[in-house]
Design a protein around this ligand. Structure first.
Ligand code: PMP
Length: 436
């Protein structure tokens, strides 16, 4: 199997040089800089359905889908039309609109895990607010997070595991005060003992345990239902709250996300991405009682000039209405399962050290022979070199995956059988190059 010639990145490279003058690293969000894969980032010109086109005119079948929100694909006509007709009446009022009610009703009527919610403008904001709410409600300061879960870039959550068994975290970014990291305890996923030790040590101090619905920011780290039920129990037993960060899994695994997938009822759920159909939106929700702590009803302050922005709400209503149609997830998830399984079959037949993990329409191609990868520590760093080769080969064959082997891929409703077949062939050929 041979490497394929590199696509032209001439125009992207010129744009990137310019961008480097304007933005740190030439980007407005770090992973976009293509630091862990080959070449300069591709500057995207347009997207339609499952396709992307870059500045050099290269066309790709896109499995990044703006990192998840585009579950209906790019430029979906119903979302586009909703956005256009709404923006003709103005872009922002900083005052309530009927559209907020409409989107909230669509979500709450179809989600038995939350009774009230608050819209914000990003996943980071949703999680940051949920943590404040948990602290305000419990009158406690410490939170527990898991190594390998990403929850956005607020101070309390830019914390990684320290060196001891049960430790205070260490900041994972300059600029985060040590005092913040001291309030965040970081432990490994899928390790009941570590959690028991943390609760034994900090008992009445822990406001909340936060976990991604299914951790999908450091590979796809599938957790056992039984472990999630254990999280539910240990938090309840200690008067702490359980927060599901469903910024990726919400409206992705199904309309009710990971909560329904496990049938475990967390105390607070955070959402993002998908709600906005590509517009900047996030949300957090909980019971009526807990949400009663949010201002102006309660003493936990949280606000936003652009929160509930009408254009974003219109996009969200259009997208979630499609997702709420009978059979939507069944069909999408089946397609993604078949896609993942056939890549696995090919790799296994060739004895390639590859495992394709899949849940709902999320997939992760891992260069490993472990059948279970449930914690960040299960991932071999060297496997990323193989990802880098695959990523380059895939771009050269017209398939766009996230520019890091720790990122998952997303299948959207816009990926048709024909394009999935094409993508599969490209993946097979690229794997052949990786293992040649
Ligand atoms: N939580 C999770 C689980 C996420 O995946 C992300 C972003 N990928 C965030 C929070 C932060 O969301 P945003 O990038 O919209 O701030």
């Amino acid at each position: 199997a041979g490497s394929k010639a590199d696509i032209s990145r001439e125009k992207s490279a010129i744009l990137f040089e310019k961008a480097k003058k304007y933005f740190p690293g030439g980007v407005n969000s770090p992973v976009r800089a293509f630091k862990s894969v080959y070449g300069t980032p591709l500057f995207i010109e347009k997207g339609d359905g499952c396709f992307l086109w870059d500045a050099d005119g290269n066309q790709f079948i896109d499995f990044c889908c703006s990192w998840g929100p585009l579950i209906l694909g790019h430029n979906h006509p119903k979302i586009r039309e909703a956005v256009i007709s709404t923006l003709q009446h103005g872009l922002s009022f900083g005052a309530p609109t009927a559209l907020e009610n409409e989107l909230a009703e669509l979500i709450l009527k179809n989600n038995k895990y939350i009774q009230k919610l608050r819209f914000v403008s990003s996943g980071t904001e949703a999680v940051m607010s949920a943590i404040r709410l948990a602290r305000g409600y419990t009158k406690r300061d410490k939170i527990i997070k898991f190594e390998g879960c990403y929850h956005g870039h607020s101070d309390s959550l830019l914390v990684k595991a320290g060196s001891g068994l049960v430790t205070f975290g260490e900041t994972s970014s300059l600029g985060v005060p040590k005092a913040f990291a001291d309030e965040t305890v970081v432990i490994g996923l899928n390790d009941k003992e570590a959690l028991e030790r943390a609760f034994a040590e900090f008992k009445e101090e822990i406001a909340a345990v936060i976990i991604e619905g299914i951790p999908a920011n450091n590979g796809l780290l599938m957790q056992n239902k039984e472990y999630i039920e254990f999280l539910r129990k240990i938090t309840s037993d200690h008067g702490s709250l359980l927060i599901f960060d469903e910024v990726i899994t919400g409206f992705r695994l199904g309309f009710e996300g990971a909560a329904a997938y496990y049938d475990v009822h967390p105390d607070i759920i955070t959402y993002g991405k998908i709600i906005g159909g590509g517009m900047p939106v996030g949300a957090y929700g909980s019971s009526e009682e807990i949400m009663g702590y949010i201002s102006p009803d309660g003493g936990v302050y949280q606000a936003g000039t652009l929160s509930g922005n009408p254009v974003a709400m219109a996009a969200g209503i259009a997208q979630l209405s499609e997702l709420n149609k009978p059979g939507f997830y069944k069909e999408l998830n089946k397609k993604a399962a078949e896609f993942s399984a056939s890549i696995q079959r090919y790799a296994s037949a060739k004895n390639y050290k590859v495992r394709v993990f899949n849940v709902g329409s999320i997939f992760w191609i891992a260069f490993t022979d472990k059948d279970n990868i449930q914690a960040a520590s299960d991932i071999e760093a060297e496997s990323m070199d193989k990802y880098k080769v695959m990523h380059r080969e895939l771009l050269n064959r017209g398939v766009y995956l996230g520019p890091s082997g720790y990122e998952v891929g997303f299948v959207s409703a816009a990926h048709s059988k024909i394009e999935l077949e094409k993508a599969k062939r490209a993946i097979f050929e690229s794997l052949d190059v990786v293992f040649k």
